[in-house]
Design a protein around this ligand. Structure first.
Ligand code: ATP
Length: 241
């Protein structure tokens, strides 16, 4: 489970996240949606422990900056950053050693094959295309079987095969009880599998819906999104919270 409580983050005078609270339950895929600059990446970076913030974040019950939390969460950043002089396979070995994994060889091979990187296992980080770097970043994050997984714009730069495979992986993670948080502004890319959607606007959660709520109320997620993010077109609409 991922629990974010009263998260506030300021960059100087810019209030990027303003008192944000939400939970992603076990086996749930939550989408963090919002226009450019809404504060999505900042939320993800705070959860990952890359930024200082006010508030509390718990990963599987542990404060996010503790070793216990770091052991059980994975993070796929918006911009992959492989090491120039490690090969694809060495990145996976490095991850396995950092997490002190045992008996990981089969999983390592399976992941690289699924992401069509096995035939590139001896390529150096600096020799990889942007899409290959993204695929490697995904494989490294999945190798330790995390309980909480954060994806920042996961589909950007991936080819159709990798997008299809990643969607299958999302379903597997959900079935295995993982809590997944996906940041995106492309709602159609996550339409098939989200369970909870948080719409961020100007650093605040402007609306939160579960798939069940949307279905019961007969709402349309894209309509809600555009009413919040294009308020001039709907003068009567007021964001929640
Ligand atoms: P996008 O969809 O464009 O990636 P986002 O929703 O992920 O946007 P953030 O990157 O979290 O948005 O940015 C939220 C706000 O914080 C924006 O106003 C942005 O300009 C500001 N911001 C982000 N990073 C920094 C930084 N390092 N220093 C100062 N301001 C920043």
């Amino acid at each position: 489970m991922l629990k974010v409580s009263h998260l506030t983050k300021e960059y100087g005078k810019v209030l990027a996240n303003d008192n944000i609270s939400f939970t992603v339950n076990d086996g749930e895929i939550a989408v963090l949606a919002g226009p450019n600059g809404a504060g999505k990446s900042t939320v993800i970076k705070c959860i990952s422990g890359l930024l200082r913030f006010k508030g509390e974040i718990f990963i599987d019950g542990h404060p996010n900056k503790t070793i216990e939390a770091k052991k059980v969460f994975g993070y796929i950043p918006e911009i992959p950053a492989p090491f120039d002089v490690l090969t694809v396979e060495e990145h996976m070995e490095f991850t396995a050693r950092a997490y002190k994994l045992e008996n990981y060889t089969q999983r390592l091979q399976e992941l690289l094959k699924r992401m069509e990187l096995w035939d590139k296992k001896d390529k150096l980080g600096k020799e990889l295309s942007k899409g290959m770097q993204q695929k490697l970043s995904i494989c490294c994050a999945l190798l330790p079987n995390p309980k909480v997984l954060l994806f920042d714009e996961p589909f950007v730069g991936l080819d159709p095969h990798a997008i299809k495979e990643l969607k299958n992986i999302f379903m597997e993670l959900k079935n295995n009880g993982c809590s997944v948080l996906v940041s995106t502004h492309m709602l159609d890319s996550v339409a098939e599998f989200w369970d909870r959607c948080l719409i961020l606007m100007n650093g605040k959660i402007a609306a939160e819906r579960t798939r069940t709520e949307i279905q019961q109320k007969g709402e349309d997620l894209e309509d809600i999104f555009f009413k919040i993010t294009e308020p001039k077109r709907s003068p009567d609409f007021k964001a929640e919270g």
